[in-house]
Design a protein around this ligand. Structure first.
Ligand SMILES: Nc1ncnc2c1ncn2[C@@H]1O[C@H](COP(=O)(O)OP(=O)(O)O)[C@@H](O)[C@H]1O
Ligand SMILES: [Mg+2]
Length: 232
């Protein structure tokens, strides 16, 4: 089980090579290297959208600069956008620009990126995580940013609480899981944000990071232990 992959976003090729090596030696790797490869680059969101999942509207660009960011605001008809890495984690290297405070003239992302309209629901309502083990829903988490921030990560002062989803919300997360090209996932975390029409859109579908909010899932330990045992 992936244990401490916390720099995979900066060393993706090395990380994937290592997983393949383990796999090649007959060591069970969870989640499977081909699914980690699929999931490490957020362009998988396009595939989920093709399978009818609601995603956050996104423009993809190899190396956006000030003009591209301003163009995205025009495209989305919005005042504020988030620019993030296609291979990223923990909101690191992420930017939020507004009409009033756009990128500097000489700014560029320096890597493949995605641009999205800023969703105020992240601040007003939070982000929801649905944790699945062996395809079965285990527990839900609601994550909210610190006052004045929009990133829900605890590194930036975000807070987490247990969350019991409604059947409609849960069904939407299950649909996302079902639209992945995957079988036999040990674990999956579907992160979602509420759109203005109440539907949930996928922020990301996480098959790499092993931090699955055990504090909000009292039965998580036993469930994951059983799921691992089933694979041995
Ligand atoms: N379009 C957006 N609108 C508002 N906040 C966003 C948006 N995209 C990302 N964020 C904030 O940034 C955080 C990190 O973005 P995310 O897409 O989850 O990437 P990762 O967690 O892999 O770095 C989110 O949890 C959320 O708090
Ligand atoms: Mg995230």
């Amino acid at each position: 089980m992936l244990g401490t992959p916390w720099d995979y976003q900066d060393r993706a090729a090395e990380f994937l090579t290592r997983l393949n090596e383990l796999d090649g030696r007959g060591i069970i790797v969870c989640n499977a290297p081909q699914m980690v490869r699929w999931n490490i680059d957020k362009r998988y969101l396009k595939q989920l959208a093709e399978a009818d999942a609601a995603i956050v509207p996104t423009l993809w660009h190899d190396n956006p600069d000030r003009e591209v960011v301003l163009g995205a605001m025009e495209h989305f008809e919005c005042e504020r956008v988030v620019v993030k890495r296609q291979i990223g984690a923990g909101a690191l290297g992420q930017h939020s620009f507004t009409h009033a405070v756009p990128p500097d003239a000489d700014w560029c992302m320096g890597r493949a990126a995605m641009i999205q309209p800023f969703l105020p629901a992240i601040v007003e309502d939070g982000e929801y995580s649905f944790i699945f083990i062996d395809g079965a829903f285990s527990h839900g988490v609601r994550k909210r940013p610190a006052t004045g921030d929009y990133r829900i990560q605890s590194l930036f002062g975000g807070r987490e609480e247990a969350f019991m989803p409604s059947p409609t919300d849960l069904a939407q997360a299950q649909d996302v899981l079902a639209s992945m090209p995957a079988t036999d996932l040990l674990y999956a975390r579907i992160d979602m944000v509420r759109l203005s029409d109440e539907r949930l859109a996928v922020m990301e579908a996480e098959l790499v990071e092993p931090y699955l909010y055990p504090e909000q899932g009292p039965e998580f330990g036993e469930r994951i232990a059983r799921a691992i045992l089933r694979r041995l």
